[in-house]
Design a protein around this ligand. Structure first.
Ligand code: KIV
Length: 271
């Protein structure tokens, strides 16, 4: 019997059941084997291999530069670590916006080459044809509405979305459209809490919020942000659980001093 058959894997059906029971869904990002192993071991329901890897792993200002090959590399590393969590992978900018055939091709590459369990796409009614086509191939799709970072150059800023009635109404129509197209869940990013609560109540699929208040069915954070690795990034919605930048910085300085002083390696650290 393999390890995988002993540990019960979270599936898209599990998330649906959790919404029905009122049990909150906890999602975190991971991009590499070691971090994903810790996150999976802690019992996180969903690991998102987000295209935020472009920012926190590669140092780009936006999520736009990351490629499909790079996402597959990150996703395969995470999949090797995740024994229980559902692993969802972002389709990166430029890998699905062209047409539904391109979207399906990209989604298939992610599933085949990384072993992930689902993909995530940004957008509403305009991507529904692609969502439906990907799902027809047996690939579960998570949506992403509100602040969609791949469209940052259209928005111009990372501030709260859908504060005006017209955009709020579009979001309400978009979430229904994503549900009808077959999405198993959707992220709601940086929108007013009241709108997120209304949108959540309007659909059967779970919503997972980031900066969208407590009325969502679950929450997601970028792991580098909640661990305090991303020094100086402190948006209002973020709860920072550790200050790893300073912790690691302190450890590196201690090692540096030990090496410079000829104090490392010591007697017990040699052969
Ligand atoms: O790429 C990402 O990390 C995301 C989350 C912020 C939802 O899409």
């Amino acid at each position: 019997m393999s390890v995988n058959s002993v540990i019960k894997r979270i599936t898209t059906n599990t998330l649906q059941d959790m919404k029905m029971r009122g049990e909150k869904i906890a999602m975190l990002t991971s991009y590499d084997y070691s971090m994903a192993k810790i996150v999976d071991d802690a019992g996180i329901d969903v690991i998102l291999v987000g295209d935020s890897a472009s920012n926190v792993m590669a140092g780009h200002e936006t999520t736009l530069p990351i490629t499909l090959d790079q996402m597959i590399y990150h996703a395969a590393s995470v999949v090797r670590a995740a024994k229980r969590s559902l692993v969802v992978v972002d389709l990166p900018f430029g890998s699905y916006q062209g047409n539904s055939k391109e979207a399906l091709h990209s989604a298939i590459r992610i599933m085949k080459e990384s072993g992930a369990h689902a993909v995530k796409l940004e957008g509403g009614q305009e991507i529904c044809e692609s969502v439906a086509r990907i799902i027809t191939a047996g690939i579960p799709v998570m949506g992403h509405l509100g602040l969609t970072p791949q469209s940052i150059h259209k928005f111009g800023t990372y501030t709260v979305r859908a504060k005006e009635e017209a955009e709020a109404n579009k979001l309400k129509a978009d979430i229904i459209a994503l549900q009808e197209a077959g999405c198993f869940a959707t992220v709601l990013e940086k929108i007013p809490a009241k709108l997120a609560e209304e949108a959540t109540a309007s659909v059967k699929i779970p919503t997972i919020g980031i900066g969208a208040g407590p009325g969502c069915d679950g929450q997601v954070l970028v792991i580098h942000d909640m661990l305090g690795l991303n020094k100086g990034f402190k948006p209002r919605f973020l709860r920072q659980y550790l200050n790893l930048f300073d912790e690691i910085n302190g450890a590196v300085k201690a090692y540096l001093n030990d090496v410079k002083a000829g104090d490392f390696p010591g007697e017990k650290e040699q052969y």
